[in-house]
Ligand binder design. Structure first.
Ligand SMILES: [Zn+2]
Length: 81
């Protein structure tokens, strides 16, 4: 009985790993297709990457900010000080 449960768990793990792998590959392909367009991390509107500010947080997370959001943040800071 325990062996069956372990076998099922192992199969489930294999399926999950395979699924995650194909998802990662798909995402990489999509990025190459449409390389210059990025979504703003705040307003989620798509912009050309060259027109956005990019900041890395931690080891891998990238944030892109559009001009409107940066100006909005700047004016919020100005109002506070
Ligand atoms: Zn934005």
């Amino acid at each position: 009985m325990a062996v069956t449960i372990l076998a099922v768990l192992f199969l489930f793990l294999l399926t999950a790993v395979a699924f995650a792998g194909t998802k990662l590959l798909g995402r990489a392909g999509k990025n190459q297709e449409n390389d210059s367009s990025r979504k703003c991390s705040l307003c989620l509107r798509p912009f050309e990457e060259s027109r956005m500010i990019t900041r890395q947080v931690g080891d891998y997370r990238l944030f892109h900010f559009c001009r409107d959001c940066v100006l909005s943040l700047y004016s919020d800071l100005g109002l506070r000080n």
